[in-house]
Design a protein. Structure first.
Length: 242
């Protein structure tokens, strides 16, 4: 069943953390390519939101705009009520480091570093914690995700699911308000998918972090509280789920 475009969801019960306002992204070319068109929504704190849609519908492009990895052609992204369109590239990078965490389909862990070191890297970059506290925080995050026995292993010595959970821990390193995940379970088997999904669920429930995840897995999408469905770069529908 297809609902009319941009069905409004109920007013968010929690304060708005992320707002997309009339986002459009067009790639300039001889024949311009529209990746995202007139997308608007508000996402509250500690919401767990799936972005779904057919291949090529603009899911990743939208996530890059929300994550300040790309700039819209028109429209704005607000994070914590603050506009982001007037930020310099350096300010955008700082906001990504401080407020956002990213999980991609492939883990992008640094192969020469251990699990602990990979999780500590974003903390070192932000420079807010002492070395001792970085170590303690990374150890706690990894233990929370069931990885306490793998702290000193390198990525090649871990399973796919373990690697992806390390990537989730790394995304949490600087206690972000928002985790953006692009097909976080896309390269995993069903057991590892379940483990990674549980990790994300824990983050939402325990730490009240907002998670927005692009997924092709409709069974997983059905287990998130809200689903935004894209078709041809536009919101086809946006629904709260039981
Ligand atoms: N650099 C680019 N140049 C030309 N077209 C592009 C570029 N990047 C994306 N596109 C096109 O924009 C559209 C949206 O791409 P996007 O990757 O956001 O879709 P998606 O929904 O994430 O797809 P998938 O589910 O297959 O990953 C697609 O038609 C894609 O081919």
């Amino acid at each position: 069943m297809s609902l009319p475009a941009e069905v409004p969801v109920e007013a968010a019960a929690t304060p708005v953390l992320l707002e997309a306002r009339d986002l459009t992204r067009i790639l300039p070319a001889v024949v311009p390519v529209t990746l995202v068109k007139d997308v608007s929504f508000k996402i509250g704190r500690s919401e767990f939101v799936a972005i779904t849609g057919p291949s090529g519908s603009g899911k990743s492009s939208l996530l890059y705009l929300l994550g300040l990895l790309d700039r819209p052609t028109s429209g704005k992204v607000f994070i914590g009520g603050a506009r982001t369109d007037d930020l310099s590239p350096a300010e955008m990078a700082h906001m990504r480091l401080e407020k956002l965490g990213f999980v991609f389909q492939f883990h992008f862990l640094l192969p020469e570093f251990t699990t602990l070191e990979n999780v500590m890297i974003p903390m070192q970059k932000l420079g807010k914690l002492s070395a001792r506290n970085q170590l303690d925080h990374a150890t706690t995050l990894l233990a929370d995700l069931g990885l306490e026995d793998f702290l000193h292993r390198r990525p090649a010595q871990l399973s796919g699911g373990q690697r992806q959970r390390v990537a989730v821990a790394r995304a949490l390193a600087n206690s972000p308000d928002l985790i953006l995940a692009d097909e976080p379970t896309g390269s995993l088997d069903s057991v590892a998918t379940e483990q990674v999904f549980d990790s994300l669920r824990k983050i939402v429930d325990r730490q009240k972090t907002t998670v927005v995840a692009v997924t092709h897995d409709l069974e997983l999408a059905a287990r998130m509280e809200r689903r935004i469905h894209l078709v041809d770069g536009r919101i086809d529908w946006d629904r709260q789920q039981a």
